[in-house]
Design a protein around this ligand. Sequence first.
Ligand code: PEP
Ligand code: MG
Length: 589
Amino acid sequence: MAPESSTKEEIIVQGIAASQGIAYGQIFLYLQSELEIPSYQVDPDKRLDEIARFDKALLTTRQQIAKIQDEVEKSLGKNEALIFDAHLLVLEDQALISETIREFETTGRNIETCFDMVSKKYIQAFSEIDDEYLRERAGDIRDVAQRVLQNLLGEARNSLSRLVERRIVVANDLAPSDSAGIDKGSGLAIVTDSGSKTSHAVIVARSMQVPAVVGVRDLTKRVKTGDWALVDGYEGLVILNPSEQTLFRYGKIQSQKKSFEVLLLEANRQKAVTLDGVDVTLMANIEKVDEVPLVKEFYAIGVGLFRTEYLFLNSSRIPSEQEQFLAYKAIVEGVAPNPVIIRTLDLGGDKPMASDPDLFPKEDNPFMGYRAIRFCLDNHGIFKDQLRAVLLASSLGKVKLMYPMISGAEELARANAMLEECKVELRSRGQPFDDKMEVGAMIEIPSAAAIIDILEKQCDFFSVGTNDLIQYMLAIDRGNDRIAHLYEPAHPAVLRTLKRIVDDAHRLDVPVSVCGEMAGDPVYAPLLLGMGVDSLSMAPPLIPAVKFLVRSMKMADAKALAEKALSMTAAKDAYALCQEFNRKHLKME
Ligand code: PEP
Ligand code: MG
């Protein structure tokens, strides 16, 4: 830990512990704001200068995009970098450029105003075209136009992916694509005013092993870029201007935690088998292709959940069938011979596609709105491109397909019918796929949990998304820090529902996994296993602690724990039982 300390008063702020770890460093305050475009008349003598300013902004933008393209090619590969060709083409679009200059010459308004007006006209026109490919160009123009305007206004793009120094990112809120965009080497920790343990930005932070504290209310108003802070992701604390004593104390805590983690990592090489000889399957949740090495590093038995929407969120446009196929191929081949469960798009909710707002108009209740399978069943072109890409990848390894947010049998039937159409299309193209690819449904809406016997007729496995299931059962917005304390996984209604899902599925011989955050929580994992859940899927870095517990417990004791927890009438009592079980078994020699 760095030795810097401060003469300013130490302030301790309590938030919600969202991703484990301790970090000490300087703050980078990340406040997103809409670009404000000033509008003014340009002095006739300065008109040539104004055009030169425009040329310079175009050139700078071109250089920036080429640099990003280069970086993407190095980190993700040639195909992913091709996306930026479309952006470079926008900059060469003579219609856009000469119309801006014409507008400037006619009106004499500053070049930002003219460029903003002309680019918006093009975005509007492209987004109304009845051709998917051309419609996607609207997103490219929007992205590039933002960059040009920022360069004209002299504003550094307030982007996290440009963060080069190692800083603690403090933001009022982070979109999942924001946290996915933080470079592993640059984000020391993440702190947000809002959010909760299961908001998607936090799930991403956990996968990247970046400490995070959320729900710290108005912290963004109390700090500025450059302030020193210590983030304790274990206890959910942010300590501003930590004193020498605090730094010393945390130095000790950190080294204890580190040595404990080293022991866990060593133990993680062993198989996940209980003391009474029951094998347990621990799988990985991943969001990005570059997380594949983590699957092996943490000895996961394959991928239990690949959240494909991040391919879309991290791109300025909808990835094509071929682009998706290449991503799925990289994962399937990287994880072979273990299986990969590819979940179809779960855009919407707290994951709208910002680069294409027309696809996701603002909603009052996004979590109960146009999300996941609802969006896919409405956007056949996008859904079928994805289904074909998954089918193509199924010829390269063990691939299973999973639909998110299934609420009833009709949705499942419609999705499967589209899958069949895609199979027919691939057959006529002469392209191979696994005709027996298993299909699963996520159980994350209470209505689905109540009709396991009906859904079973149309799928091969179930995976319980506890993050959403709890939010919908308890009517607690999973991203709202004000009610985060009411988000109780051990609520008797949740526990009874989980047990019922497992029992109903097992009666029909259908396997059930859990891929929500409960699965990777060492307090709840034994309870889920005790209920009979067949496999658990979690962010790879969470596997060692769960495996350690598995190896130090008897399945018979986990069953007794589940039985006792299910008999509790208050969440806090069931939680206390799980905690006690955890404490008893998580002792290291
Ligand atoms: C869940 O809801 O538990 C889940 C795994 O899906 P997501 O977190 O992506 O909504
Ligand atoms: Mg979900």
